[in-house]
Design a protein around this ligand. Structure first.
Ligand code: A2P
Length: 333
């Protein structure tokens, strides 16, 4: 019998894409159970031509559920993922709640699908900025171990949810109409502006929560506690695809040609690197695409020893950065 699949956060930016990915990839869903807050009762979720009523998430929501896809924030996951597991479901959780737990596999299928089988009820989906960076870095790391990586992100609104995407559109409209606009979701004006990532800042270290996630998750997913990660996360006024400028230093010498060769056959990666046309990965091209786009492949001139290369990476935050990666995990389950 095909599994009963619950979506927790069915009205959210990622929740909608869970259903979209399952539909598009012919995921064998027996029954779909869309769940959200009491505010959403009366709304429906579109799935395979049907409008399925959204139910309020409660302790009883998981009876008969085989797979529960969570994307309603870490607080909801902490409270309800154990409830779902107790009811017999396997949880794929898109929040940060369990990612660093020793018993919870943190999975990017192109990298460590083999870890899925170790789960004790919960499998965590990594942070979106982590996924985008690691999909193209893994094929390199496997062959020529990465000693140090420096990542600068240009992150889209979607990572902060549907309300943040709407705020970017509204703020831009107001700006163009010369009207005042008071932001409610983001901490700073978003139209024609950018700002340091809105995750909580650690006053001691000077790193925000998004940056700490990228550092810790990279070490866990690569199973390499020694990899040195430097990262700066920034929000840019783009709707749904993250861009990352990445520089890596490897233990062995590495050339641009080596990287091109490794990435040309890497699963989930598409090279977009046309110097003649000055055409490189862009959010507008990566949006609604499954692949992570990689370009600007070149030696890092700051390392004359020939151990370093630089890349520009762009991926759809809602798909590979969130829903698609999670559905790929569910498919392997
Ligand atoms: P709702 O629309 O009913 O508030 P996003 O990541 O786009 O911000 O979406 C967050 C998702 O999490 C939404 O589907 C939202 O549902 C859901 N959510 C937020 N708070 C709760 C809650 N207390 N119980 C269940 N779902 C919640």
């Amino acid at each position: 019998k095909n599994p009963t699949v619950a979506i927790v956060g069915a009205t959210g930016a990622v929740g909608v894409e869970f259903a979209g990915c399952m539909e598009r990839r012919n995921f064998p869903v027996g029954k779909l159970v869309p769940l959200a807050s009491a505010r959403s009762v009366g709304k429906t979720m579109k799935f395979r031509g049907a409008d399925i009523p959204i139910q309020e998430l409660t302790e009883k929501s998981f009876e008969g559920v085989d797979i529960a896809m969570f994307s309603a924030g870490a607080t909801i996951s902490r409270k309800f993922a154990p409830v779902a597991v107790k009811a017999g479901a396997v949880v794929v959780d898109n929040s940060s709640a369990f990612r660093m737990d020793i018993d919870v596999p943190l999975v990017i299928p192109e990298i460590n699908a083999n870890r899925i089988k170790d789960h004790k009820g919960i499998i965590a989906n990594p942070n979106c900025a982590t996924i985008m960076a690691l999909v193209p870095l893994w094929p390199i790391h496997k062959v020529n171990r990465i000693k140090r990586v420096i990542i600068s992100t240009y992150q889209a609104a979607s990572g902060a949810g549907a309300a943040a995407m709407a705020e970017l559109v509204e703020a831009t409209k107001a700006y163009l109409e010369g009207k005042p606009f008071q932001q409610k979701v983001m901490p700073h004006p978003y139209a024609f502006n950018l700002f340091s990532h809105n995750a909580a800042m650690d006053l001691e270290t000077g790193y925000n929560g998004e940056e700490s996630k990228v550092i810790a998750e990279t070490k866990k997913i690569f199973e390499d506690p020694e990899i040195a990660v430097g990262v700066t996360c920034v929000r840019v006024p783009v709707l749904r695809a993250h861009t990352e400028a990445i520089t890596i230093e490897c233990y062995e010498p590495i050339t641009e040609a080596d990287v091109r060769k490794m990435l040309s056959v890497a699963p989930g990666v598409k090279i977009v690197d046309d110097r003649v046309k000055n055409y490189f990965p862009m959010p507008i091209d990566a949006s609604e695409q499954d692949d992570v786009l990689v370009g600007r492949i070149r030696p890092d001139t700051s390392d004359p020893s020939g151990h370093s290369v630089a890349l520009l990476v762009v991926g759809d935050q809602l798909l590979k950065g969130a829903a698609l990666n999670a559905i790929q995990i569910a498919e392997l389950l």
